[in-house]
Design a protein around this ligand. Structure first.
Ligand code: G1P
Length: 296
């Protein structure tokens, strides 16, 4: 089985849900504690063995390119001051020359179209897709879990998680063929169906391992839900063509950082997970909760 060494990061969205913050900074640069969202996605990809990082961007996203570039002045200053741990943190954001590529999505035609824009850089090998809005905390990186599972199955694989039924229509949903616990083989998938058409509440979360044939499917894909070219539809096409598609129930906690509430929850969770912040932060949260209760 060919190794998965390339990952696509669709980051062309305008991030309107976070206006006015996203007026001048890309949504992916917004920080959870002290790291931008995109750093979490990159770290997860690295843990999964990804060597090539393909960003599908749009106008107004140059801050992302700068973020992954070296910053010699800053590095010199930290070195001179002997701030080695900060220097190390900073160097973690650098990318090897040639490891990162940027492709522009010229029109906002949807997630499927964004991935299709990267087709020439992906070529004829399996690849991963990471949606940085979905931040997943866990002992083993979600994509790493999937790569390990994929080594056994091949085919296409999507991260999956049960969501509350009343929220299911905001997701791509899986129609389960056989449920083996963490691994689920599926017989259908549908993007943001009406509640009455939902096949289940097992939702696609923003991690995918895909075969190059999905790119061919995208080539002739018609617009789907929301008038956009949907990645879900191109993966569903694999099923129609008689190929295997799997859902993978990952171990870890997923935060929807595309929503304000999810972003705040992630901030609290990642803040509490930090040794240098935990005590002070949890004291504050306890105090806040008590005040809130007293006010009710
Ligand atoms: C995208 C996918 C959807 C998936 C979701 C997970 O939707 O199209 O299938 O369930 O990500 O976050 P979006 O949230 O970008 O509308």
């Amino acid at each position: 089985m060919a190794k998965v060494t390339k990952a696509v990061f669709p980051v062309a969205g305008m991030g309107t849900r976070f206006l006015p913050a996203t007026k001048s900074i890309p949504k992916e640069i917004m920080t959870l504690v002290d790291r931008p969202l995109i750093q979490y996605a990159i770290d997860e990809a690295r843990a999964a063995g990804i060597k090539e990082f393909i960003f599908v961007t749009s106008r107004g996203k140059s801050a992302l390119e700068d973020y992954f570039d070296v910053s010699p002045e800053l590095e010199r200053t930290l070195e001179a001051k002997g701030k080695t741990s900060l220097l190390e943190t900073l160097q973690n954001t650098n990318m090897d020359s040639g490891a990162i590529a940027y492709i522009r999505q010229h029109k906002a035609l949807g997630l499927g179209h964004a991935v299709w824009c990267a087709r020439r850089l992906i070529g004829e090998e399996p690849f991963a897709v990471i949606l940085p809005d979905d931040v997943i905390a866990g002992e083993t990186a979600c994509l790493q879990q999937m790569v390990e599972a994929y080594d056994e199955t091949g085919g296409c694989m999507v991260a999956a998680m049960e969501v509350p039924p009343e929220k299911a229509s905001a997701y791509g949903l899986l129609d389960v063929k056989e449920d083996h616990g963490s691994m689920v083989s599926i017989k259908g998938m549908v993007e943001k169906p009406k509640p009455e058409d939902a096949p289940s509440n097992l939702a696609v979360i923003g991690r995918y391992i895909l075969t190059p044939s999905v790119l061919e499917n995208l080539h002739s894909m018609k617009t789907g839900a929301g008038g956009e070219i949907q990645l879900t539809d191109a993966i569903a096409q694999e099923l129609t063509d008689g190929k295997d598609v799997y859902g993978y129930r990952f171990r870890g906690q997923r935060f929807d950082c595309g929503s304000k509430a999810g972003f705040l929850q992630a901030t609290v969770a990642f803040g509490l997970a930090r040794d240098d912040l935990r005590d002070e932060f949890s004291d504050y949260l306890t105090e806040m909760a008590a005040l809130q209760q007293a006010a009710e």
